[in-house]
Design a protein around this ligand. Structure first.
Ligand code: 3PG
Ligand code: CO
Length: 555
């Protein structure tokens, strides 16, 4: 028996084109001047809301509903799209690393044993995002790993950190560096030669994604591996404080720097015989560095030196490429995603976004797996993002182009599912620029309109939802929800995601009028969407999927 074969849905027909629209960073919150979605002109999304409760509702997009350690964890695109595509809730990287550190199992695994071989004669380098945002990495995990590595034989440790200001408030980097320096001092008191070796802002150094701009990774490589950077400092605290003095500087975009000794020599280039760990658990922004560290053949930039090292990721970042080949913690085994099922059931899929979100509707959607399941049935189209232009300067991004590609794909009748990610709410929201985010939200709404009009034209079905909140709240708030005011008298801007729920709307002429949201699953989250979409293709979801959000009324 074919295990991939999905049962026919008893009431819903096959053959209706289905548009799946994911608005990135589009949560639901009360009207407020810092709710950019509310302030922006968004007639399309507003009109969908009128379909509540039968065709519009809210679903959870944060915390345990998407496999994060606690309900204090905001949602993010990796876990959000994983849940949307996989239809089940997996304990995610953040949680798996917590467990492995708490039990000590991390030190017994193949990955740690592999790098441990270098501890006798080499240096252990730890590279990653220094932050407690919990999206890509967590400071407390780094602290435990540092301590544990020293206890397991590391005698010389160098940290290469990236400052955040995107998942956490801008300026928080200074405090994180102080905490880290304090830990390193304690290690030194115990006889471990532990120091910070280099740094830089995450959006300018190392943490690019989806091959948008290899120069970002190169800048990191030069500092981390070669020990070369435009700025040299004696201490990392001094570095971050000095570089932030520039009024235009912020944590996300700090230039790369290296720490040098009293002779001006970099304290921690990566050399033959060293061990390297990238301590981010999240995949997208570590894949490019992992390739540079691991691939013998590599032509994305001139590495100058390719040291013979032992490299392990905190997790394996790409399940298809098996990259990196060594890792400290096994990633969630996200198998049998909806995309794979649908391909086995002859559903033809088109997926599209612009570069900075392209992997979200493909790689994350398919359970952190790159490539096609079946190239005959799938087409993934990437619209190149503008490089080097901040998204608050171009807040419309490629929303229109994405919508037009989706429109053409739907009109071509070559696909059963057309899936897009519209990035504006998130990418512009992360800049902290309220005015620009409002413009971005309007552009996203217009993109949705283009797609829904096309669905109307072909008699299709639409599902419009989001992966997590961002643009609906741009202010840090106190417990009673009032915006916090900083020392400078201005409201403190929230660049990060939120804990808010996201909307989901269904409709289109192809949807039977008797289809409506069920009332018996109040606690639904993103993982319930996959079964819903399968229903719209005329199938029942596999029995272990989170239940569908819809029912078909009897009348
Ligand atoms: C990023 O990587 O840009 C942020 O840390 C998280 O944003 P995303 O989860 O929306 O990609
Ligand atoms: Co985001």
């Amino acid at each position: 028996r074919n295990l991939w074969k999905l049962e026919d849905h008893p009431k819903l027909p096959k053959g209706k084109p289905v548009a799946v629209v994911v608005l990135d960073g589009w949560g639901e919150a009360s009207p407020d001047p810092y709710n950019c979605i509310h302030v922006a002109d968004t007639p399309t999304m507003d009109s969908l809301k009128k379909g509540a409760p039968e065709k519009w509702r809210l679903i959870k997009a944060h915390g345990t509903a998407v496999g994060l350690p606690s309900d204090d964890d905001m949602g993010n695109s990796e876990v959000g799209h994983n849940a949307l595509g996989a239809g089940r809730i997996y304990a995610q990287g953040a949680k798996l690393v917590d467990l492995a550190l708490a039990s000590g199992k991390i030190y017994e695994g193949e990955g740690f044993k592999y790098i441990q071989e270098c501890f006798k004669n080499g240096t252990l380098h730890l590279i990653g995002l220094l932050s407690d945002g919990g999206v890509h990495s967590r400071l407390d995990q780094l602290q435990l790993l540092l301590k544990g590595s020293a206890e397991h034989g590391a005698k010389r440790i160098r940290i290469h950190f990236l400052t955040d200001g995107r998942d956490v408030v801008d300026g928080s980097s200074v405090g994180f560096v102080e905490t880290l320096e304090n830990d390193l001092r304690q290690l030194r008191e115990k006889g471990v030669d532990a120091q910070i070796a280099s740094g830089g802002g995450r959006m300018y150094v190392t943490m690019d994604r989806y091959e948008n701009d290899w120069d970002v990774v190169k800048r990191g490589w030069d500092a981390q591996v070669l020990g070369e950077a435009p700025y040299k400092f004696k201490s990392a605290i001094e570095a971050v404080k000095k570089l932030r003095e520039d009024p235009k500087a912020n944590d996300q975009y700090l230039p790369p720097f290296v720490i040098v000794d009293e002779n001006g020599k970099p304290v921690g280039p990566i050399v033959d015989g060293d061990a390297v760990v990238t301590f981010n658990f999240r995949a997208d922004r570590m894949v490019m560095l992992a390739k540079a560290l691991e691939y013998e053949d590599f032509d994305k930039f001139d590495r100058v030196r390719f040291p013979k090292i032992r490299y392990a990721g905190m997790l394996q970042y790409d399940g298809e490429l098996k990259l990196p080949s060594h890792f400290l913690v096994s990633p969630p085994e996200i198998q049998r995603t909806s995309g794979e099922y649908l391909v086995h059931n002859s559903i033809r899929t088109f997926a599209c976004s612009e570069t900075v979100k392209f992997g979200h509707v493909t790689f994350f959607w398919n359970g952190n797996r790159s490539g096609y399941f079946n190239p005959e049935l799938e087409e993934y189209v990437e619209i190149p993002s503008d490089i080097g232009i901040p998204f608050n300067v171009q807040p419309k991004m490629k929303a229109l182009e994405i919508a037009e590609k989706a429109r053409d794909a739907i009109l071509s009748r070559k696909y059963d599912q057309v899936r897009v990610n519209i990035p504006n709410g998130d990418m512009v929201g992360h800049t902290g620029d309220v005015k620009a985010t409002i413009i971005g939200c309007k552009a996203a709404d217009e993109a949705v309109k283009t797609i829904l009009d096309t669905v109307e034209q072909v008699g299709g079905i639409y599902v419009v939802t989001a992966d997590h909140g961002n643009a609906e709240d741009m202010a840090k708030r106190n417990k009673s929800g009032q915006p916090l005011v900083g020392k400078d008298g201005n409201v403190q801007i929230l660049t990060s995601h939120t804990l808010r729920p996201v909307p989901i709307a269904i409709g289109g002429p192809g949807l039977l009028p008797s289809v409506r949201f069920r009332k018996d699953i109040q606690e639904a989250g993103l993982a319930n969407v996959a079964a819903t979409v399968m229903n719209f293709h005329g199938f029942e979801a596999p029995s272990d999927y989170e239940p569908t959000l819809i029912e078909v009324a009897d009348n």
